[in-house]
Design a binder for this molecule. Structure first.
Ligand SMILES: *Cc1c(COP(=O)(O)O)cnc(C)c1O
Length: 429
């Protein structure tokens, strides 16, 4: 580290006491920031500046060698706010802690994180193998936008067996260079988990450790970083919409990518070029959010378990698709191997159709009628009429996105208050 880096970083960030490795919860309060470097301010100031003053010309040259990739590892100091900044770097250090990632990056949105990762690894003529369904904008990006540049894709259903995954990867290899394997687990809004370990086995068997080995990228927005840590199950790069659980207060839009130093360096070069970095103000807000991440997610998860157990027995409820109630033995097996919690976002199927779903949504008094998820407040929406309105009808039917499906993200309110709200709304149908 250069002097400049040390000026804004703790000399030695305390990661352990004796043999005890400190937990992410503890590290969120101070890791990556030394108050003595900012007038003793307990919280980091927001660094609203477009550029940084170099100590001397040689330092400026050294930093640009890092920024341009002449020397691997990125800039050693602060250069220009399209490349890096103190608030973003502290947020990146802390984000990486949750999944024991070597390195991490923040982005202006979940989609800008995903787009930057794809642009960093994909070339014209390449093939992307992905699990299906994906977040709608990710499918548009891969199919329609990268498609314009000659990129092809093949998919397998999220719950596919190792044999089915292998067959799709084999077909992809015959089509062209497989640039990456892109996963989203659980799939939205079907809540089907992907067997990340099986995907990693297929990749390792087919590609070994050769140059052409495609990285496995996974969107971990729904369960991460608390309940699902895919880097530990064979994924190489984890991407996030930090807008959801990580931001957690429905007041910021941000994205993240985590992984090995080598992969993150490749992505950082692309981010430096196209300028998809998070702004300092949102990075500061994200630091605020990460301090309570475990508290918020744990409470939301406990609330959802209690509420789903109650909802499942209500006479006007057809079924609930919630990770806590696996649909079959294979999903239960993936859940046991990969997850430490069922999350707080699920699908509620009411008896009836759009009329019943809308009557329920319009009657809610605590839960807000809005898309998005992972915030402190409970949200409910109707995917068939809202987020997935433009999905063709046959695809909607195949994915179980029927007009009577209500998508619910449980927040940190009192669980019994929420049950009272759902009870009175069910009575209004
Ligand atoms: C919201 C979301 C995104 C996109 O994130 P933005 O922050 O809205 O750009 C990507 N993937 C998943 C699973 C999401 O829920």
């Amino acid at each position: 580290m250069t002097d400049e880096t040390q000026r804004r970083r703790p000399k030695a960030s305390v990661r352990a006491i004796g043999n005890r490795r400190l937990q992410p919860n503890t590290l969120m309060m101070g890791h990556g920031f030394d108050p003595a470097l900012s007038e003793g301010s307990l919280k980091p100031p927001i660094f609203l500046t477009s550029t940084f003053v170099f100590e001397n010309a040689a330092a400026g040259k050294r930093h640009f060698e890092g920024v341009t990739g002449k020397r691997p590892g990125g800039a050693e100091g602060l250069v220009y706010s399209r490349f890096n900044g103190p608030n973003q770097e502290i947020a990146e250090d802390r984000l990486g802690v949750w999944e024991d990632a070597e390195d991490a990056l923040t982005f202006s949105s979940g989609m800008s994180a995903i787009a930057t990762v794809l642009l960093a690894f994909v070339q014209p003529g390449d093939v992307i193998v992905h699990s299906a369904p994906l977040y709608a904008a990710t499918e548009t990006l891969i199919g329609r936008i990268l498609g314009k540049f000659g990129v092809k894709w093949l998919d397998f259903p999220a719950g596919a067996t190792p044999e089915e995954i292998d067959a799709v990867v084999e077909k992809a290899q015959a089509l062209g260079r497989v640039a990456l394997i892109y996963l989203e687990s659980p799939a939205n809004p079907t809540n089907v988990l992907v067997d990340v370990e099986a995907v990693a086995n297929v990749r390792d068997t087919r590609f070994g450790t050769g140059e052409d080995r495609p990285p496995i990228v996974i969107d971990n927005t729904f369960l991460g970083p608390l309940w699902h840590k895919p880097l530990a199950h064979g994924a190489d790069i984890v991407v996030y919409s930090l807008t959801k659980y990580a931001g957690g207060h429905s007041d910021l839009v941000a994205g993240g990518a985590l992984g090995s130093k080598a992969h993150i360096n490749t992505i950082r070069s692309m981010r430096n070029t196209i300028g998809t970095i998070l702004d300092p103000n949102s990075a500061w807000m994200l630091l605020r959010s990460l301090e309570t991440l475990e508290l918020r997610m744990s409470r939301a998860g406990e609330n959802a378990a209690k509420i789903c157990a109650w909802l499942k027995d209500q006479p006007k409820v057809e079924k609930i698709v919630y990770l806590g109630f696996p649909e079959n033995e294979r999903q239960a097996d993936i859940y046991r191997r990969h997850c430490t919690g069922a999350g707080s976002t699920f699908s509620l199927y009411l008896k009836g159709g759009e009329r019943e779903a809308f009557a329920f949504l319009d009657a809610l008094k605590i839960a807000k009628l809005a898309v998005s998820l992972g915030g402190t407040e409970t949200l409910a929406s109707c995917p068939a009429a809202m987020t997935h309105l433009s999905v063709p009808d046959d695809r909607k039917a195949a994915l179980g996105i029927t007009p009577n499906m209500v998508r619910i993200s449980i927040g940190v309110e009192d669980a019994d208050d929420l049950i009272a709200d759902f009870e009175q709304a069910l009575a209004e149908i």
